[in-house]
Write a protein that binds this ligand. Sequence first.
Ligand code: ADP
Length: 739
Amino acid sequence: MPAAQAFLDIAGAPEPKVRVKVLLPLPAGNGYDYAVPDGMIVGPGDFVVVPLGPRKVIGVAWGDEADGSVPDAKLKEVVGVLDAPPLSADVRDFVDWVAAYCVSPRGVVLRLVMRSGSALEKARGKSAFVPAESPPLELKLTEKRRAVLKAARPGRPMTAAQLAKRAGVTEAVVRGLAQAGALRVVELDPDPAFDPPDPDLPGRALSDDQAAAVRALSQKVRASGFSATLLDGVTGSGKTEVYLEAVAEALRADEGAQVLVLLPEIALTLPFLERIEARFGAPAAAWHSGMTSAARRRVWKRVADGGARLVVGARSALFLPYTNLKLIVVDEEHEAAYKQHDGVLYHARDMAVARGARQGFPVVLASATPSLETLANVEEGRYGRVELPSRFGPAELPDTQVVDMRASPPDKQRWLSPPIVERTTEVLRRGEQVMLYLNRRGYAPVVLCRKCGERMCAPDSDTWLVEHRYTNRLVCHHTGFSMPKPEACPHCGAHDSLSPCGPGVERVAEEAQERWPDARVEIFSSDTVQHAGAARSLLERMTAGEIDILVATQAAAKGHNFPGLTLVAAVDADLGLAGGDLRAAERTYQVLSQVSGRAGRAEKPGSVMLQSYQPEHPVIRALAGQDRDGFLAAELDGRRSLGFPPYGRLAALVLSGENEAKLMETAQTLVQAVPHADGVEVWGPAPAPLYRLRGTYRVRFLVKTARRVSVQNVLGAWLSRVKLPSSVRCTVDVDPYNF
Ligand code: ADP
């Protein structure tokens, strides 16, 4: 700069401030400009502390250009930069993409990444002790002190508690020795790295089919670059064994590679983690909602600095700050549990594929009953397919029999039909196990007053209260509201008139225990296995043959191998077929095949019985005839002819509010602004499922577009034409489930 000009700058306007755009993990806004003070360096992806009103919040320096809309004079300054690895460009790009796809503010998606915010706090490690290099010359040595010095190891710091335990003394003795200078205090790393998995440990001997599948997947992994492959194998075919070899291949290919295995349920993770540890000689980093915050912080940090190479987690593990992600496996890709139901309404399987596509790595989707979305992608050549057509070893797929309930009705107030009772008796006599499947928690789904006809509902809601006998309460399964079962009908006051209608698992278990008094009957549902430990102990007892009849909801449908289980009976196979949900048939098919897949997984052949009042329904017929592909092809045809996903795009727009009149008025305003364009259809407003919940009303529009039309753009244009009152909340759900 010429001297004269520099002089002018000093004399005239001040130098413009250096700006940075900071995205905050908050619903509002798209990022704000902040000034970078002199001497501070802020790079893209850095975690920074900035003022927001009276608060200080942690955000991320985003790659975007600062927008310059706030004048220099009003600009707030970045307070500091955290000493943490910056959020990689890949993760930032992923956040931007997910936000655009889900029509969600970027800050809310960033919150998914930063949710374990404590990860950014400095954690203090515990104190531990090692022998001092130069112990004091004059040390008073007692018997106890000697024991401690003998137990202490130079290379292995131990906490006071550990050391005291080994030496059989109290912690005070250990601390006394440290004070005297005979032990040195070191601080343990609060977030130790994970032992690296060893891909070269020998895996199991594979069958020919499995070996061929491993070769096909490994080739995709070695090819690097994006690919999506469906690993399509019947239950018990060894999909897990196969994809673990693909994981090994990815870990082998690159020393710093990170791999993510997504699972739909936490109940599955414990046995699964043991399988991983057996294969790779080191535990994987597990990630799910039930973790302590210290465990979360450790995984988050180690993923961010590459010290966790193999992550096994529920859907939110997708948003960990990977630095070098090279493969994602989505197990049970068809599972509805991959869809997030609040906040950002993303589908983890789809986001996993999107992430692979954007960042150029392979994605493997494993299932015995693939989703129609994935099948359509296979048919259209976008995804590859690798098949495992038969069960591993001698196990055969079970034969399936439909019990026509019209011809073989159960006794009054009973739920098991004569053919099922008969078969169960036989199976129990042989010392084998039975699973009675009913996807309904509690004792009875409805409680009705026999005097006045009142159905017990949750307060200010349209949901029925479910009777739970074990706790003797009535529970709303949507809001968690519960109350003791009243003595008298709250409506008409009649005594002893409230009767349970229909069965839940508790009622079926009651019947089973009455019919087979010597059998050991247990219930597996989210009420009986509220934490992973309980699930595990129940599963272990079932595996060990200590349970004769397991009455189970969907929580037990998947992933487990019970060698003695030879009969699976679905108490109500039709449950789930009713209702207007687009995926009702597909999902019922999937879950019933999964449940059926529990039978006969070892040497003993298994069988499946389905109680149905509509045996001619395509889902029931396909299950009976084991015609998966025929059923799925027919479903796909149906979707294609109606232009529904995967052949069209769908989004739901839900308005909710406590003031019903205001809500309706707002819905009408939206009707006025409905976009009319080729390939766009809008339906609604209609009452959303659960129209009234805890005093909040909900109405819904559905937007269907042709595949070539961006449903996000349509929604964006529509919403930009309307100003919503603050009392009405608007939620956009792209690719909605449950409607
Ligand atoms: P899937 O995921 O397809 O249902 P799994 O991977 O869980 O199947 O395998 C089913 C059962 O067969 C498991 O008990 C598994 O340990 C066993 N299995 C599968 N492949 C092998 C193999 N190659 N060697 C030994 N056992 C195997």
